[in-house]
Design a protein around this ligand. Structure first.
Ligand code: SF4
Length: 236
């Protein structure tokens, strides 16, 4: 098949068509447009569970990858294993060049406390760049309801920094939409979501959140950091 080339204008036109469309329709469009060059990145939060289930009809078109910082919660790894087993996933894992112990030897202890941006760059951003090599589009679980920084997210965006299309089928979903879909389809999901963790990342940088507080306020608590660097400012 000839390689489809989308310009930022094409992406904006697609976003105008697909914003508000059912998530399944967004995925069908992406699978047809980018078959074989489409990556689903999984953090094993509840959005990952939804998207794993929803992409199974397009399994041949979508690579499933995880960015394993090697610092995730045991519950997160257990959720991954349950999803891999239930759906028979062929999962590609991408990790940092150094293990956490090697990172401590090279950078000093608890880099996440002293320089979380560098820690995320080493353990998330660089592995993502390798995961996306050779792909034209990237499916994420971004939702507008997750935080103020994500309020402007669209179903399809042009990632200017990486030169790749971002596909965000759940962009308009509420927390209730996610929970309803998980229960309706009996999909395994991360149990930490039921223990005060609306947003789940690495153990050193994730705290529970009081009911009613900003769902992402438990990430990098006490610092100005709100994003790990995977989701850079959007150009479309
Ligand atoms: Fe490091 Fe924390 Fe970022 Fe994980 S979330 S990569 S521990 S700074």
């Amino acid at each position: 098949m000839a390689r489809a080339v989308m310009t930022p204008d094409d992406v904006r036109a697609a976003a105008d068509r697909l914003d508000g469309a059912p998530a399944e329709d967004v995925l069908t469009w992406a699978a047809e447009q980018f078959a074989g060059r489409l990556v689903l990145t999984c953090s094993w939060q509840q959005q990952s569970s939804v998207l794993i289930h929803m992409t199974r009809p397009h399994a041949d078109a979508v690579r499933v990858v995880e960015l394993d910082t090697e610092l995730l919660f045991p519950e997160t790894y257990a959720t991954r294993d349950r999803l891999v087993e239930r759906y028979g996933l062929t999962l590609e894992s991408f990790r940092a060049e150094h293990t956490p112990a090697q990172q401590e030897a090279a950078e000093g202890p608890a880099l996440w406390e002293r320089d979380p941006d560098r820690c995320c760059f080493l353990r998330k951003v660089l592995p993502l760049e390798r995961a996306l090599e050779g792909s034209d589009a990237w499916i994420t679980g971004i939702r507008r309801a997750q935080s103020a920084t994500r309020e402007g997210a669209r179903a399809v965006e042009w990632d200017e920094a990486r030169g790749i299309v971002k596909v965000q089928p759940l962009v308009a979903w509420s927390d209730e939409d996610v929970k309803g879909y998980l229960f309706a389809h009996d999909i395994p999901y991360n149990p930490l979501h039921d223990q005060g963790y609306p947003s789940i990342g690495c153990v050193p940088c994730t705290s529970p959140v009081a009911p009613g507080d900003d769902p992402r306020s438990g990430r990098w608590t006490g610092t100005a950091k709100t994003e790990c660097g995977l989701h850079l400012p959007r150009a479309a």
